[in-house]
Design a binder for this molecule. Structure first.
Ligand code: NAI
Length: 317
């Protein structure tokens, strides 16, 4: 059965071009009413124009779809959600996609380079999502996408500001997944790769042309569908490939003995084992994480020996 979005209202931020435009077109094609938000800024966050959003709205309407434009910055989160409520009476899905770059080596990163990136990516996603949250809670349905980046997951030269904001969004998503679960609000994060005006400065032209946004959009649509229960996930996606990421934790070592001070030398002595990922565990919640740490207290108390392994406790698996 085709996945339909009939009756759903979707806000896509930064939908005037690149990936956001593709999401907006794809949702509309499957019956959703779409708010096409775009400030019409340049890639560094300067300027303002209604043209980008208007063009996508026209494209959607020309194909018989439902769409309205919104030209506010994501920093005015309430206004974006108000546009959805005014035009379509509800908000079901928020795709936090708007973004800019202000790449600089770390030493040259100015206060403005830092602040603008945090404001648009992290704070903007917070403000837009918070404005939608209670509507989603009350209707017991919501799907939220955060857009992170490989630069945040792995680090990338010249992107300290952007990396920090992008993984900040993953932290935000993780907690929204926890808080939203009982209201059928799912929040997931993607780290996409696609040719766009953001990447045309760093990728060769043939790669920009080949890595089409349409090879990313189907993941976003699936994660936002009512049939999809995925929550708190992180996905890398591009070129038609999708992979899921998760945290891995080494078995680790206890480097403390009962009634003795814990020393950096003991850390040094066990370093290889601390960093050895053989039989690594995959904790997936704060509870799981804490449980194994707390269990160390009694292990040290009862055994008092170096070498016991906190994450080996069956309860922590
Ligand atoms: P893009 O530049 O084509 O699209 C971003 C859109 O956001 C633009 O249309 C821009 O006008 C809009 N925008 C900027 N500031 C805004 C604001 N304050 N309020 C509302 N709209 C605003 O770039 P692209 O590549 O489509 O990027 C989309 C998202 O994906 C961004 O968050 C980007 O950081 C992220 N991303 C993209 C990657 C790629 O390979 N294209 C890689 C990793 C992450």
């Amino acid at each position: 059965m085709p996945l339909s979005f009939e009756g759903r209202v979707v806000l896509v931020t930064g939908a005037g071009g690149g990936l956001g435009r593709e999401y907006a077109l794809a949702f509309a094609e499957r019956g959703a009413a779409v708010v096409v938000n775009d400030l019409g800024a340049d890639t560094k966050g300067g300027g303002k124009s209604s043209a980008a959003a208007d063009k996508v709205v026209e494209e959607i309407r020309a194909k018989g779809g439902k769409a309205v434009a919104n030209y506010d910055s994501v920093e005015d989160g309430e206004k974006l959600i108000q546009t959805a409520l005014d035009a379509f009476g509800r908000i079901d899905i928020v795709v936090n996609n708007a973004g800019i770059l202000r790449d600089r080596s770390f030493a040259r990163t100015s206060d403005l380079d830092w602040d603008l990136i945090q404001r648009i990516h992290l704070r903007g996603s917070f403000l837009v999502t918070r404005a939608a949250w209670n509507h989603m809670k009350n209707q017991k349905f919501g799907r939220i996408i955060m857009t992170a980046s490989a630069a945040g997951i792995y680090g990338n030269f010249g992107q300290a500001n952007y990396s920090a904001a992008k993984l900040g969004m993953l932290g935000l998503s993780n907690t929204l997944a926890v808080e939203g679960r009982k209201y059928n609000i799912c929040c997931n994060t993607i780290a996409p790769v696609a040719g766009s005006r953001l990447t045309e400065t760093v990728m060769p032209p043939d790669l920009v042309a080949s890595l089409k946004p349409e090879y990313v959009a189907p993941l976003v649509l699936w994660l936002c569908h009512e049939q999809c229960q995925e929550n708190g996930g992180l996905f890398e996606v591009g070129a038609g490939w999708i992979g899921k990421l998760r945290w891995e934790r080494s078995q680790g070592r206890i480097v403390r003995q009962k009634n003795k001070p814990m020393t950096p030398e003991a850390v040094q002595a066990e370093w290889d084992k601390i960093c050895d990922f053989t039989n690594a565990t995959k904790p997936a919640s704060v509870q799981e994480s804490l449980q194994s740490v707390v269990s160390v207290l009694s292990e040290v108390e009862s055994e008092g020996e170096v070498g016991a392994n906190p994450t080996a406790a069956p309860a922590s698996m």
